[in-house]
Structure formats: structure tokens, C-alpha cells
Design a protein around this ligand. Structure first.
Ligand SMILES: Cc1ncc(COP(=O)(O)O)c(C=O)c1O
Length: 414
């Protein structure tokens, strides 16, 4: 049932956020969780409970969620099989001073699932696993440069404060879909490129097969390592990520988020010959073999084996994309989803970017009031039923109709 927008309040959230800002810089650990000041009193800053596709904020508001904890929730919040597995393991301890058998079992599972994986190793976050594969590629090729495409986590952000020029100079970022830019960089840095490291661009993902194929050829011709960041695409586009879907196989890859449905775990995987370089590189972490993430991954893999999770992520995402497309076209608004249904990006497309950004922020506010949590990437999870998507579509219809009546799109519709 669509909620009455007039009943919505997030005062308790904002009071807590103001307290947080006294003791936590930015009030949050994650940039994408910082609430928007223009949505004060509307955006929920603190969520305290989740079940399936729903979450509850500290004011007691219930939402149908499309933020998925910023990606990792593939099955649903507090998914019973995962909760049981974690509880069962927690009663036996979390980490030990020698390895645990789950490390072997989950590595064997992932070798089956991930096309490029002959060997697998575990860490806790996506960004650190990306740093690990960059270092392995450098050690393996005895070269310095990493050519990147897309976001690979904070450790690998080179164009912000705190990065010495010497380190910055051995990374170079290039745009998605532009194989010529990578070719040019390879010739400028001839003989010194260790790897091309790429995360799929969700809005432009229909170029993936051609672009990834071009990068594969460039890496082969130049003796460098092809690395995929499958932190979001793994266990979402396919279990084995973009490499399984598009059939272009990298040398190394990183999986995280959806692999363990929100319990922290990442892995780096790939060709044995390259992975074995880890012996010469110190990649060693106290929590690398933490059993709670591994127990969760084992449970997640079990659910994916017996149920068509991937099929449902595509179906529910498609229902959302098609429905929003119909609403926008009926209301004559330039807006809709881009990219594939499990990782769709909503955008207004008037061509006036600042105005589109304002409209998007206002839409988020209108959707929050109607009990729907939107994010730039709208993530369906396995617990969304068709009825939940129908409720979200009614909210889109109501919110966009209201915004249109208030003149938000005047002068920009087709
Ligand atoms: C494509 C991609 N790569 C890397 C990361 C970083 O992962 P983590 O935040 O676990 O370090 C993210 C996080 O959002 C991501 O979306």
C-alpha cells in the first residue's frame, strides 16, 4: 500500500545525525551514506532493521529498499539461510590462529563459479582486494603502470588529497568504452603497463562485450594483465559476473558485495601462474580468513545453486525499468532507467545536468515520503516480489505526477 506522504517524518534520524557530526567527520563512514542537507527531515539517515526487501529507520518508517546496503544485499536483508549459517559459525568462534576449513570449501566453490579462477584468496573489502591485484600484476609483470576504468574503492582513488605525485603517476584513468584511449596509453607507456583494471559502467553496459574484447586483445598484444572489478557485477549479472555474461575472460578478478549478502568478505581470483606471485608480495591480513564472511558466502552460494536468484534479479529489475519507462512516457517526462535490470541507473535526461540532479534529489525525497528507498543504482534483490515492484511503480507515478504539476519539468519535456 502506498504511504501517505503527509505522515512522513525523519526527525529522530536528523537529530542523531547532528550528534554524529560532533564525533564523526561527515557523520558517516561511507560517502554515499551521508544524507543530503536539502532533504533534511525527509531522508532517513539511520536504518536500524531490515527484512527481505524492506528496511525500517529510527523514526519507525518502513521502506521498500532499492539501495541494497549500497550493493551487497542480493538475497534480502536478514535472509534466513545466511543468518543461520552466521549464527552457527559464531557459536564456534570467528577467527583462529590457523586457517579454517571454510577457506578451502569456499575457494573450491568460487573456482567452480568464476570463469577466470584457478586460485582464490580472501580479504574483507572490495577496495583492498583491488589494491592486492594491482600489486600482484606489478610483481608478475615487473612493470609499474596501472590503467584503470571506473571506481575501484577508496584505496585506489588517486585524484584526491593525500596521494603523493609519485604514486599518482603510476595510475592513469580512462573512460569506459574508449579502447582507443587505452591503446594510446599503452603506446605512451610502452613496456611499462602492468595491467588494465576495469569495472563495468552500468549505464553503458551494452558496450561491454565489444569493449572488454578490445581490452583483452590489447592486454594480450602488450603482455599486460587484464583485471575485472566484479565487486558489483559478481553474483548479480551472473554468479560469475560480467566475465560469465559476456564471455570475455580476464586474468584476475575481484568479487565482494553480493557474494556474502552483506557480511564483509572479498576475494581476488585468477590464473594460477599470476596468483602464485602472491608468494613474493606481502598480502596478509588478520581477518582475511574470518569465518563469518565465509560462512555467509557458503550459504549464499547454496541458495544460488538451488534457486534462480539471477533470473529473479533480472525479472524484477525489468519490471521496474519497463514500468518507469511507461510512466515517464505517459507523463511526457525525459527520464528512465539505463543499463541492465540488476544494476539499472535512473536518470532524468533533459540535457541540463544541474537541473536533472536537482530533480533527482527531489524525486528521492518524494519517494522516501512514499516509503521507497532509491539510490543512483537501483538494486533489486531476490526478496522483492512483483507486488513490491508494483508498489514502487505507484510511488514513481504519484511522485512524478506531483513534480510535474509543480512545474519541475516545464520547458524540458519532449
Ligand atoms: C565497482 C566497485 N569497486 C570497488 C568498490 C569498493 O569496495 P569496498 O567499498 O568494499 O572497498 C566499490 C564500492 O562501492 C564498487 O562499487
Amino acid at each position: 500500500m502506498l504511504r501517505n506522504p503527509g505522515d512522513h517524518s525523519t526527525d529522530a534520524s536528523w537529530e542523531l545525525y547532528d550528534v554524529a557530526c560532533q564525533v564523526i567527520p561527515m557523520g558517516s563512514q561511507t560517502h554515499s551514506k551521508v544524507p543530503r542537507e536539502e532533504l533534511r527531515g525527509i531522508e532517513p539517515c539511520y536504518l536500524e532493521r531490515g527484512q527481505g526487501c524492506r528496511v525500517w529507520d529510527v523514526d519507525g518508517n518502513e521502506y521498500i529498499d532499492f539501495r541494497a546496503g549500497l550493493g551487497p544485499i542480493t538475497l534480502g536483508y536478514a535472509y534466513p539461510a545466511v543468518v543461520e549459517a552466521v549464527k552457527e559459525q559464531a557459536e564456534k568462534g570467528f577467527v583462529y590462529s590457523y586457517a579454517h576449513p571454510l577457506e578451502v570449501t569456499v575457494a573450491q566453490d568460487l573456482v567452480e563459479i568464476i570463469p577466470c579462477a584457478e586460485e582464490v584468496r580472501f580479504l574483507k573489502t572490495g577496495g583492498e582486494a583491488m589494491s592486492a591485484v594491482h600489486r600482484i600484476a606489478r610483481a608478475h609483470t615487473k612493470r609499474d603502470m596501472i590503467l584503470t576504468c571506473g571506481y575501484h574503492g577508496w584505496l585506489n582513488v588517486m585524484d584526491r588529497a593525500g596521494v603523493p605525485d609519485a604514486i599518482r603517476s603510476v595510475y592513469e584513468a580512462h573512460p569506459w568504452g574508449d579502447a582507443a584511449a587505452f591503446e594510446d596509453a599503452l603506446s605512451r607507456h610502452e613496456g611499462n603497463v602492468a595491467a588494465i583494471s576495469v569495472a563495468c559502467d552500468y549505464a553503458g553496459i551494452d558496450q561491454a562485450e565489444t569493449f572488454l574484447g578490445d581490452l583483452r586483445r590489447l592486454c594480450d598484444a602488450n603482455g599486460c594483465v587484464l583485471i575485472y572489478d566484479e565487486i558489483v557485477t559478481g553474483f548479480r549479472l551472473r554468479r560469475g559476473g560480467a566475465q560469465e555474461l559476456f564471455g570475455v575472460i580476464p586474468d584476475l578478478a575481484v568479487f565482494a558485495k553480493g557474494m556474502s549478502n552483506g557480511v564483509p568478505l572479498s576475494c581476488y581470483a585468477g590464473k594460477r601462474e599470476i596468483m602464485e606471485t602472491v608468494r613474493d608480495v606481502v598480502i596478509s591480513s588478520t581477518f582475511g580468513g574470518d569465518t563469518l564472511g565465509l560462512a555467509a558466502a557458503r550459504a549464499v552460494i547454496g541458495v544460488y545453486q538451488t534457486e534462480d536468484v539471477i533470473g529473479r534479479l533480472w525479472d524484477r529489475g525489468k519490471q521496474l525499468h519497463d514500468g518507469v519507462g511507461e510512466i515517464a512516457s505517459r507523463l511526457d517526462i525525459e527520464a528512465g532507467f539505463e543499463g541492465y535490470p540488476p544494476v539499472g541507473i535512473f536518470s532524468f535526461r533533459s540535457g541540463d545536468s544541474p537541473r536533472d540532479a536537482d530533480n533527482y534529489s527531489r524525486l528521492c525525497g518524494e519517494m522516501f515520503k512514499r516509503g521507497i528507498l532509491l539510490y543512483t543504482v537501483c538494486y533489486p534483490n531476490y526478496s522483492h516480489e512483483t507486488e513490491d515492484i508494483d508498489i514502487a511503480l505507484s510511488a514513481f507515478d504519484d511522485a512524478l505526477t506531483r513534480m510535474k504539476a509543480e512545474g519541475y519539468f516545464s520547458g524540458v519535456s519532449s
